[in-house]
Structure formats: structure tokens, C-alpha cells
Design a protein around this ligand. Sequence first.
Ligand SMILES: Nc1ncnc2c1ncn2[C@@H]1O[C@H](COP(=O)(O)OP(=O)(O)OP(=O)(O)O)[C@@H](O)[C@H]1O
Ligand SMILES: [Mg+2]
Length: 289
Amino acid sequence: MDSVSNEGLPDEYQWFSDQIAGHHPSVIKNGKREIGLLKIPGSREILKPKQDASRGEKEVAIYKLLSSSSSSCPSSDLRNGKPEDVEMLRKLTANFYGIRRLFVDDEDREFLVLEDVTSDYRRPAILDLKMGQVTSDPLAKADKVEKERIKYPPQAVMGCRILGYRIHRDNNKVEIRDKEWGKSFDETTIQDGLCEFFSARDNELKEVLEKALIELETIKHFFETQTSFQFFASSLLFVYEGDVTLPINLKIIMIDFSHAFFSNGNRDEGYLFGIQNLEGFLQDMLKIC
Ligand SMILES: Nc1ncnc2c1ncn2[C@@H]1O[C@H](COP(=O)(O)OP(=O)(O)OP(=O)(O)O)[C@@H](O)[C@H]1O
Ligand SMILES: [Mg+2]
């Protein structure tokens, strides 16, 4: 991302350099660069472009629902999720601060203003895992379903996939792994990829894994009980402190709700399956620490 020009962005804004996956300005489609996440350097917010059509509307609807205070959430209206499910999900996501309009590449665009969950870290280590057994949503046509399936068949087996990571090492060096690297793993090798991500604190690997398992337990509890939401192509973002002189401060945040649907009282079994497997992978790694 550092190599992509900030020309065309409003004053003060830059492309968010710690973005792992998703729409990215280095990608050119139909002669235009994609719009990625923006940031004013030093701020604790990032701006995520609102995606086209229903995808953007879906994500905005979820974040608006989560940011409305629990008291203003009408308990009798279950169409938009059971209050207890909404309350639990709110604690697992980044804060949402509303919509901002900006001119980018000469176009008026809308952005979701979100808490940058990486901003508290001196040397963040950040990992994006795409969750669920199926990454196409229920409205996708058969050819899209098949296209998504063959992209990475282990997704159905594991219920998760590594989309990449960034680790800020010493001397301002940033180690980057992308989704092609992530696709090189399957259910027999994914621990190697996860181990590499946790390597910034390899002397404290046991503690790091224990913290990750505690965080994951809370997310698992949400998916075991909630019957309000179904998520497709949504991610878990892991962040921990790579500077060994500081506390590990490991967090796992749910992001990317552009294919999130309200459920009719069913659990999201595909996402839950992914969490259970991930838990198993981390527990196995813990045994050999
Ligand atoms: N709240 C956040 N704080 C820090 N980084 C974030 C946050 N939300 C997203 N990111 C970063 O941006 C990347 C892309 O985010 P996301 O998956 O939501 O966008 P996208 O895939 O481009 O969008 P969509 O799937 O809606 O088209 C993530 O991999 C992560 O690195
Ligand atoms: Mg995404």
C-alpha cells in the first residue's frame, strides 16, 4: 500500500497502510483503481468505502444497529435481531462513528467511519481470517457459488482461511503475507501459517495462544447462542503487540459485514464450525509449545 500514490485523496488523508485484505488501490478495474480504506495519519479512525448497492447498505445497516444504544433498541422489534444478540455482537466489533462523504479520484463517495482497532499498538501484528464454510451469500447465482467454492476448497473443510498478515518488526520493517500465500495452506498445514503470524512473540507463544483462545471463546459463545445474523465472507481480525517490551494486548474483532443477513432464528453454523476448528488448531499448537 505504501507504494500507491495518495494523489486524488482529500488533504490530510492517506491510504490506510495496515490494510490486509479487501478492495485495494493497487488493483485497477476497467481503467480505474479500486478504493481502499483511508486514514488521517495519527487519528484513531479509518474510513471504509461504502460498497455499491446492497452490499454497502447491508454493512451500514449492521453498524447503525450496533451503534444505536441498547436502550434505544426496541426490544419488541425482533426483525433486526434479538437485543441480546445485538448487544453481544456490538462488543465484538469496531466502534462505528457514522458516514462521511469525501471526494476521491474526483468522485463523491460515502465512507463508513470506524474505529481503527490497530491504532493502539506500537508494532501491530495483524491477521485477517475469512470465516464460514461458504463465502458466497444466499443471493448469489449458481456460477458465483461455484466460482467462490473452487477459489479455495479447504474453506469448506475448515470454515476459515488466512487472507494475509502484516507484522511490524524492528527497524520499521513490515513483513507482509497476502491471500495467495494464505491459499497455500489447507487443514493439514494451516498451523504453520498461524505460527508464522504469532512469531513476533515466539518466546511467549504459549501466552499469546492462551489469550487468543480466551478471545475466541467469547466469539464462540456468541455464535452458539445467537440466532439473529448470518455472515458470509466476513472476517476475524487478530491484532497483537509485536513490541516485546509492551503487553501482548491480543484482540480479535469481527469485521466486514457487506454480506451479513438477518437470520430467521437459525444459528450461523458455517461460521461456528470455523471457530471450532480454529480453536482446535490453536489448542494443538499450544500442546507443542
Ligand atoms: N476497524 C478496522 N480497524 C483496522 N483495520 C480494519 C478495520 N476494518 C477493516 N480493516 C482492514 O481492512 C481490510 C479490509 O476490510 P474489509 O474486509 O472490511 O473490506 P473489503 O473486503 O474491501 O470490503 P467488502 O468485503 O465490504 O467489499 C481488513 O483486512 C483489515 O486489514
Ligand atoms: Mg473483505
